[in-house]
Design a protein around this ligand. Sequence first.
Ligand code: AMP
Length: 214
Amino acid sequence: MGDLESFRKLGITETTIAALQRKGFEEPSPIQAAVIPLLLAGEKDVIGQAQTGTGKTAAFGIPVIETLKTSKKHVQALIMTPTRELTIQIAEELNSLKGDRGLKIAPVYGGQSIEIQLSKLRTGVDIVVGTPGRLMDLMERKALDISKVSFAILDEADEMLSMGFAEDIENILSVTPEDKKMLMFSATMPSAILNIASRFMREYEIVNVKRDTT
Ligand code: AMP
């Protein structure tokens, strides 16, 4: 059994350490060791080149959960993903990482009744995870306000672009505050990814770790 000391050294608080312990995590994966301190410091944005299975969800999930306040009355973090499956998976991972923090997480995606998602959003949520098309739909219905987020995260950004979501992504990001912290994960680095970075990111760092299975 690891004692999670290597997670503590990254600056993670005991509430989250306890959640990691319950999940059976013992030490950070390479992408986590690289990304968590950068996002916690918050001075630079991050593009991470990482595949599924590298622990990329916790790499952004831990700093988001550590940074958000539970007292805010608006959406504080927006996470975009290409598919319903990934949306659900990320929401579940965040729920297991948040420990006893009162953060509310809403997964939104096409194929589920929009009414369910509308009523969840009406109760007030801290983190919204969703697919670009459904996010746009909810924004157009004035049910989702992302104008005050402190984090915008794009997971599998290259996948979203190849599925034709470029315009939705740009429309969504242009509503977010300029001083938000932003992170993109992408397995490949086409120029469209760097274009999004130059339009919507602050100063950023590219993190590339070798494939590693946790
Ligand atoms: P992901 O790449 O984010 O889809 O994560 C793949 C799987 O690895 C998930 O089931 C995570 O809960 C698990 N995982 C992520 N980070 C760690 C870690 N540091 N130690 C053990 N398991 C992990």
